[in-house]
Design a protein around this ligand. Structure first.
Ligand SMILES: Nc1ncnc2c1ncn2[C@@H]1O[C@H](COP(=O)(O)OP(=O)(O)OP(=O)(O)O)[C@@H](O)[C@H]1O
Ligand SMILES: [Mg+2]
Length: 589
């Protein structure tokens, strides 16, 4: 995560949350307001006990208030409890509903962002980081926000009245109270600075936990075959220990807060009693004033203590909100320019013009390359491993943008075309294709979501998958497992080819898998590839002899630089990089 952290203050955080809360603000408010009578109703029950005590227990002849019969009191208690229960349910339901909705909207927004983030960002970010920052952070942000607002509203409602009581009974004592409560609240404002670095580290560690699970799942066979159980275990235990240490550190820095407030308040109460006694003997205030003052002050203590308790959660939520908006504000560099053009197929050529590119600024990968792929041609890229072949083809659908030079289709720089239309015109079969969990049909249909059954059938034939699918009990509707786990390498590749077929794009990019297939699968895959290449403009990263020999043009790339260009016979007719590569690599075929 290489994002410049911004300073967002409290009001700004809440301002940014407002669009998410706005559609539900009334229900949010309702959820909070109806919690207020719940507390008040407790007081009613307590009050109802007073006449009961006075008339039944202490003075049996005394009159009840308003001369009500005694059996009214138990009925009152039950009736109030019922109302209280209904309100409590309503509040819990409304809070869950509004909280859920707000979190959902935020996650939708984050997911949209995730879909448009630059490949270069995703390359550098672990899966665990993605999960914590796009999912867990949204949970923390929203839950914390709602709690905060809840505490805030209850505080406002109860505090205003109580402060009124304080001022009414004795302004002198009220000043003591306000000073004490104010200083009790002061330490909580320091917390944020104290825990900020811990929280930032925790986010990373929590991400690592998730990444560890992911890797253990995806790498299970590698772990098993190299007997890495204890190695992995240690690695994981280390992460857990780090997480534990951070939690403890956080506790060390925050747990003193509540006792601290307690102590300050105790000083306040002691001070009030001391000064209050003086005021009473002085006859400035009456004993009754003093009692109601003390009661109000003690009652004020509860909401303030709550703020202290919740403040940690509130801070965590504020920081989560900051992180969420850091992501939402993160610019996507690969996007449509203003007035971008629609690409509608290719008529003339794809041209690389003095193209240089690097993933990291420090290491240049492609160095000033120019070449041309004419419409309808098949161009093969060959060269040493790590030389930059995959990188070259990644640039055409703009997975990455180049730093120098230009790539154009029919004279239009690809950066001046809409991303959607550019990608619509290119079908990519990757070196390592990604299949989604679901059925074979689901995966092929990704090529064109509205394809007819007929078209799917044809794609399957062209990808030489018909025999394989015919042999399956459930045929096209066979589940293939997460990442196509239940399929062979060749089958996966052909499903990817079928997907590309269905897309029926005029430009095809094919990064042939280097993994060795047996002769029969190789022949089948080759047939599928040959079918896919027909009548299209094709850039193929070739590892197969037959693909290379049939190519209209071969481009040899070494260490990011084109060193030779021509067709197979031309290039073999003299000593050169292609000839030596060919002899080293393909001689045995
Ligand atoms: N996402 C990435 N971020 C940073 N560097 C990368 C990235 N992908 C590739 N590289 C680096 O770029 C260089 C070219 O890699 P590329 O994948 O284009 O090679 P290649 O010619 O396709 O090799 P191969 O034949 O083995 O597939 C390599 O040095 C590689 O380490
Ligand atoms: Mg490659």
């Amino acid at each position: 995560m290489h994002i410049q952290p911004q300073k967002i203050n409290l009001s700004e955080s809440y301002k940014r949350m407002w669009p998410f809360v706005k559609p539900y603000w009334f229900r949010c408010l309702l959820a909070m307001v109806i919690t207020i009578p719940i507390g008040a109703l407790d007081a009613v029950i307590a009050l109802a006990l007073k006449p009961f005590m006075d008339t039944v227990v202490i003075d049996q002849g005394a009159e009840t208030p308003f001369n009500l019969p005694l059996y009214v009191i138990p009925i009152f208690i039950i009736a109030f409890t019922l109302v209280q229960a209904a309100l409590e349910y309503g509040s819990a339901y409304l809070s869950a509903w509004t909280g859920g909705k707000i979190t959902m909207e935020m996650k939708k927004k984050l997911y949209q962002k995730l879909l448009t983030l630059d490949a270069s960002y995703l390359d550098k970010t672990s899966s665990g980081q993605i999960m914590t920052r796009f999912d867990a952070d949204a949970n923390t942000a929203c839950t914390g926000l709602l709690n905060n607002v809840k505490v805030f509203t209850t505080r406002i409602f109860s505090s205003v009245a109580l402060v009124g009581v304080l001022l009414y009974t004795s302004w002198q004592l009220a000043i003591i109270a306000i000073i004490v409560l104010g200083s009790a609240l002061y330490p909580v404002t320091l917390i944020r600075k104290k825990i900020k670095d811990i929280v930032a580290k925790s986010v990373i560690v929590n991400g690592s936990v998730l990444t560890a699970f992911n890797e253990t799942y995806a790498g299970a066979k590698t772990i098993a075959s190299y007997n890495l159980n204890s190695y992995q275990k240690n690695k994981f235990y280390n992460i857990l220990t780090q997480s534990f240490k951070l939690t403890i550190k956080n506790t060390q820095r925050t747990a003193w807060l509540s006792p601290m407030m307690h102590i300050i308040i105790a000083f306040g109460i002691a001070g009030a009693i001391w000064y209050g006694s003086y005021l009473i003997t002085n006859k400035t205030i009456s004993a009754g004033d003093f009692v109601s003052f003390m009661t109000a002050m003690l009652m004020l203590y509860t909401p303030i203590k709550n703020i202290g308790k919740n403040f940690n959660a509130v801070q965590l939520s504020l920081m989560a909100i900051e992180r969420v908006f850091e992501i939402i504000d993160m610019p996507a560099h690969i996007k449509n320019q203003k007035n971008a053009l629609e690409l509608t197929g290719i008529q003339k050529e794809i041209r690389f013009d003095h193209v240089s590119f690097s993933y990291e600024e420090s290491k240049s990968i492609l160095k000033d390359n120019s070449f041309e792929i004419k419409q309808g041609e098949t161009v093969a890229l060959v060269g040493n491993s790590g030389g930059g072949k995959t990188t070259i083809v990644n640039l055409i659908p703009r997975f990455y943008d180049i730093s120098q030079g230009s790539i154009s289709i029919d004279g239009h720089d690809i950066r001046s075309l809409t991303l959607e239309s550019l990608r619509e015109n290119i079908a990519v079969v990757f070196q390592d294709n990604f299949l989604f969990s679901g059925t074979i049909r689901d995966n092929i249909m990704l090529g064109r979501l509205n394809a007819t059954e007929q078209e799917v059938k044809r794609a399957i034939q062209m990808a030489c998958l018909d025999e394989f699918i015919g042999s399956l009990e459930k045929g096209l509707d066979t589940e293939i497992g997460e990442r196509g786990m239940l399929l062979s390498g060749g089958q996966k590749q052909r499903i990817a080819i079928a997907r590309a077929f269905l897309k029926n794009a005029p430009i095809v990019i094919l990064d042939e898998a280097t993994s060795a297939l047996d002769n029969k699968s190789e022949a089948i895959v080759q047939q599928a590839i040959d079918n896919l290449m027909q009548d299209r403009t094709v850039i193929v990263i070739a590892h197969r002899l037959s693909t290379i020999q049939n190519a209209d043009k071969i481009i040899v790339i070494n260490e990011g630089k084109i060193v030779e260009e021509g067709n197979h016979t031309e290039l073999l007719s003299h000593e050169g990089p292609y000839k030596s590569l060919y002899q080293a690599q393909f001689k045995h075929k």
